[in-house]
Each structure stands twice: as structure tokens, then as C-alpha cells.
Design a protein around this ligand. Sequence first.
Ligand SMILES: N[C@@H](CCC(=O)N[C@@H](CS)C(=O)NCC(=O)O)C(=O)O
Length: 239
Amino acid sequence: MINTTELDPALSAMLDSNKKSGMRLVIGNKNYSSWSMRAWVAMKAFGIPFEEIRILLDRPDTARQISGYCMSGRVPLLLTDGMTIWDSLAICEYLAEQFPMHNMWPQDVAARAIARSICAEMHSGFQALRSDMSMSIKASLPGKGRTAGSQADIGRISEIWEECLSRYGAHQYLFGDFSIADAYFAPVVMRFNTYAVSLAPALQAYVERVTAHPAVAQWIREALAEVEDAPDHDAQLNK
Ligand SMILES: N[C@@H](CCC(=O)N[C@@H](CS)C(=O)NCC(=O)O)C(=O)O
């Protein structure tokens, strides 16, 4: 067996990267599964190879199928190195550690701390936006879902984006180059498109850049091509 620590760093990184391929990502329907989208977009955007396993949500056997991989009952799941990682943020952190050459987080320490803060805020917050403006990439629901709670969430997200784009983003992505933070907010971008949220021009331009990013655009194409619905998710849209 080759001891990669004694090799040229570039060759060693390439061998490590090959060793880590063979990863499998378990996701839900692309049209609806916002948490799956985050991990999948992060992997695609940074060219990390993986096999996709899609489990349809809202089916009688959804829970049984997910529990075949992990008892969390939720997707995404990353199957790698004989273990399962069962949370989108933990998956992104694992990938950033395993593939340091990709700079999945911003390189600047202060920017990285802010990027982690906004991902954590997304991960634990914005409940009203999630429930009142649920993700359905296929749907067009301009103006729907505007409760006091979702309006407040839209306001807070606008504030975060404005701050990151003006301080770190050089008017590209939230921290300049595409990072985990952009993957994390990609499902919000999908919602802003579906529900036609009107935004300041700089934020609308960010929405358009994320929508056009190759990894995001691929997810959208594949979501639009899906034929299966998810009845409970659709019921959320029509409440
Ligand atoms: N905090 C988790 C949330 C995962 C989550 O809620 N996933 C939803 C799909 S987007 C799920 O698996 N739901 C199971 C179901 O609908 O049966 C993460 O970040 O991965």
C-alpha cells in the first residue's frame, strides 16, 4: 500500500481524492427536498464524484427505505468510508475537511466564521419561510405564502445577503467565489423564484447568478424532469 504522506503534496491529494470517491449521497425528490439540494449542489459545484441514490418522499415506504441507510429518517445522507453522515451541515463540514484543496469555505478566517454563522442560522431558523413558502421548483406561486413570519424571514435573509455581498462577495457569490454558504442558500433562491419575491437589484442579480450556476442549473433541470409528486409537500403549497 502506498504511503501518501511521503509523496508530492499534489499527487498525494489526488490519490486521497480517488480513495474518497465511491461516496454515495442519498437524497429525496429534487423538486422538493431542500436539504438534499444543499449537499448535492455543494458536491457538484466542487466536482466531488459521488453516486446518487434518490428516495421518493411522502410514499408509504419512504421511512423504511431511509431506515435501510440510517435511523435518522431524514435525507440527505452521505455514505462514505464505511459510515453514514446524516445531516446536510455535517456532510458539508466533512467534505470541506476531506477536500481542503477545494476551499469549500472562504479562505479568510473572518469570512469563514461569518459563512459558518449564516449556514447555522439557515440550518436552525427560518421556520416560517420553510413552512409557508415550501420548496417546489416546478411550481409558480407568485405572491403566495406571505405571512408575517415569512416576510420577516425574507427581510432577515435580504439583510444577510446584502451584508455578505457588499463586504465579501465583490458582487459575485456571498463570499466572492462559490462556497458552501451559496449551496446552503440555493433552496431559498428556488423559493424566491417560485414565489416571485421582489428584491433589491443587487439581491435579484445574486438570485439570478445562483440560479444559473452549473450545479444549481443541473439540479433544477433534473427537478423539472421528475415525474413523481410528493403529496404531503404539495398539500403544504396549497394550504
Ligand atoms: N437537519 C436535517 C434536515 C433533513 C430533512 O428534514 N430532510 C427532509 C427532506 S428535505 C426529510 O428527509 N424528510 C423525511 C420525509 O419527508 O419522510 C439536515 O440538514 O439534513
